[in-house]
Design a protein around this ligand. Structure first.
Ligand code: SIN
Length: 284
């Protein structure tokens, strides 16, 4: 079957129509892969996936990473460490997942490790009636839109991506609370990376909090990062998904960042996420 690819009309994102992700033929998979490289984020509506289906479709793109370390004890589905639970729901007083109901700020998944995942897939099991939308930003566009002088100034620079706090602002388990960008834990990556499949250059920013440009006085690093971030997160570079139950969204961590709106803490939101290992380290 030939799938329909419907671009969102925004700076990134396309909906794929006609796919049942429980059984994707080779030709369909090739079409999905091409669309993903072209549009950076794909939306598949109306799916009915078990956790094993989600793992199975994710593995078509490569080996999976285990769920990242977060603020709460339980962060993945029992017996399935590949499935990270994003949820505000508590059972017997214990959160079943991470990130609560507040805003999750712009970030790239797990960029604080040396080999971050190239892709993530988020599947909606329960969604609130309003709020909790997830936004994506095109990091090719972010790089291409920088003033020429700033592009030249950042050539060859490396950035430390903080591993202390997650995008919800929570301290990761087992890490000391530090608000010192120079000394916080994290991984160092080139500030501008070349996408190994498209060959295009993208800004690779991770998270703003505790980010640090290696070798610079802290005040200069802060000023430069503020300038870069304000260019990189302009509205015209973004697209948001308003979730419905059964939506699966997959994104390319090498050329996008994402964030999430807050929602009413009394509503329930349960999402299951997989993260696909990168075959190459981010490289300039
Ligand atoms: C995430 O950062 O992967 C979670 C985004 C969301 O909750 O929509």
């Amino acid at each position: 079957m030939v799938l329909q690819v419907r671009p969102t009309g925004a700076a990134l994102g396309a909906e794929i129509i006609g796919a049942d992700l429980r059984s994707v033929a080779e030709r369909e998979f090739a079409q999905i892969h091409r669309a993903w490289i072209e549009h950076l984020v794909l939306l598949f509506r109306g799916q009915s996936l078990t956790d094993d289906d989600l793992i199975g479709f994710s593995r078509r793109f490569g080996a999976l990473d285990w769920a990242p370390v977060q603020e709460t004890g339980r962060r993945f589905v029992e017996g399935k460490p590949e499935i990270y639970v994003v949820s505000n729901v508590t059972e017997n007083g214990v959160p079943i997942g991470s990130l609560g109901s507040g805003e999750a700020v712009w970030h790239t998944d797990m960029s604080y490790i040396s080999d971050p995942p190239k892709a993530s897939m988020l599947y909606a099991l329960q969604v609130p009636p309003r709020g909790g939308d997830t936004g994506f930003v095109n990091m090719y566009g972010a790089y291409e839109g920088l003033p020429e002088l700033l592009k030249r100034r950042i050539e060859g620079l490396k950035l430390k991506h903080d591993g202390t706090y997650n995008s919800g602002g929570y301290l990761r388990l087992g890490v000391e609370a530090v608000d010192d960008p120079v000394n916080s834990v994290g991984a160092v990556h080139p500030l501008v990376c070349r996408h190994p499949e498209s060959g295009r250059r993208a800004l690779y920013l991770g998270r703003r909090r505790n980010a640090y440009i290696i070798g610079m006085p802290l005040s200069e690093s802060e000023a430069m990062l503020d300038e870069i971030w304000s260019c990189a997160t302009r509205d015209e570079l973004t697209w948001y998904n308003q979730w419905r139950v059964g939506d699966l969204v997959m994104w390319d961590n090498r050329c996008t960042m994402h964030r999430r709106d807050s929602f009413d803490a009394g509503d329930r939101r349960i999402m299951h996420r997989t993260q696909i290992k990168g075959e190459t380290r981010p490289a300039s």
